[in-house]
Design a protein around this ligand. Structure first.
Ligand SMILES: Cc1cc2nc3c(=O)[nH]c(=O)nc-3n(C[C@H](O)[C@H](O)[C@H](O)COP(=O)(O)OP(=O)(O)OC[C@H]3O[C@@H](n4cnc5c(N)ncnc54)[C@H](O)[C@@H]3O)c2cc1C
Length: 280
């Protein structure tokens, strides 16, 4: 992340951001879950997990994504103890000269495999399909093919994981015949998709099929504003399908999923909040 040439952990970055926001006068309610939002013009009313409500004139939704987990026995127990979700950069160094595996056939899985190959003795990429062409960029497929310690294992799915304190092995099932075999591994890096944390929004704003929040011109239907829009202007760039509700970061449809872009969008959203407040 820009400005930290030696890197820093997510927790550290968040702590610094929190201290800075407090110093600038932000009021932080934590821990608290937002469970709903409704429009009660001119207010947007946010419901909290304890049943209380906050009414305000504008809201920025920045609830991020959660990573899809392996739903097999022992996976939850071994999460963080050999099973990792969504990234490999922090843990890769722990698995120097050991055998590891990556689950998933998308670009994030490919990037992780290439990165892990610099540390691990072997990296097995486990995919359910016959090959990677439909799901991964060609440049990554070529990079992996050129690495002697990376091997793609097609037509398999992980159906079991085991280990005492740490992951030691996984059970793989071949598709379609269902034959099972065990594979020894010190770590399993899982890249099987992300789910936006937007269930709490329900039908309040338009979302895509996966649940990511649409904004700006994405909410227009054939150039027309969404039903109930209620003003004669078009939505601002990061404005959702309800005036005064904005979206920033990973939770936004087609967002980049990087810290710099999430922070940048947050900053843009605040500019649009000011423009919105000037219209009401
Ligand atoms: C392991 C890992 C490593 C990564 N490494 C990098 C990296 O090196 N560089 C990089 O640029 N990006 C990295 N990323 C991606 C980066 O973390 C995200 O792009 C960024 O954090 C997105 O910020 P955000 O504010 O949109 O969402 P988040 O950071 O996910 O923040 C969302 C917040 O909203 C809270 N929340 C969710 N729902 C509710 C609710 N209903 N009520 C109240 N609060 C709620 C969550 O608890 C969370 O605190 C990494 C991601 C992971 C998982």
């Amino acid at each position: 992340y820009l400005g930290f040439p030696a890197g820093l952990s997510g927790g550290d970055l968040a702590r610094r951001g929190l201290a800075q926001a407090r110093r600038l006068g932000a009021e932080i309610l934590s821990p608290i879950e937002v469970v709903g939002i409704r429009r009660q013009d001119p207010y947007r009313v946010v419901t909290l997990g304890d049943g209380s409500e906050i009414s305000c004139q504008a809201v920025v939704v920045a609830t991020g994504v959660s990573y899809r987990q392996l739903e097999i026995p022992n996976a939850a127990r071994l999460a963080g103890a050999g099973i990792y979700y969504g990234a490999a950069t922090t843990e890769a160094v722990l698995y120097r000269d050991l055998d590891v595996a990556v689950v998933g056939g998308g670009n994030s899985a490919g990037q992780a495999a290439v990165y892990l190959s610099r540390f691990a003795r072997s990296v097995k990429v486990l995919i359910r399909g016959p090959d990677l062409t439909a799901t991964m960029s060609q440049y990554l497929i070529e990079q992996m093919a050129a690495l002697p310690n990376v091997e793609v294992r097609p037509m398999v799915q992980v159906v079991g994981v085991d280990g005492e304190q740490q992951l030691e092995r996984a059970t793989l099932e071949t598709i379609p015949d269902g034959d099972r075999q065990e594979m020894e591994m010190a770590a399993l890096f899982v890249f099987i998709g992300q789910t936006p944390r937007t269930d709490w929004l329900e039908a309040a704003v338009l979302r895509d099929k996966a649940g990511f929040v649409l904004s700006g011109r994405e909410v227009l239907d054939g150039g027309k504003p969404p039903p109930g829009w209620g003003t004669d202007r078009e939505p601002f760039l990061l404005e959702a399908s309800v005036p005064g509700v904005f979206v920033a970061g990973d939770v936004r449809y087609r967002s980049v999923k990087r810290i710099a872009s999430a922070v940048g969008e947050g900053s843009m959203a605040v500019q649009f909040v000011h423009q919105y407040l000037a219209t009401i």
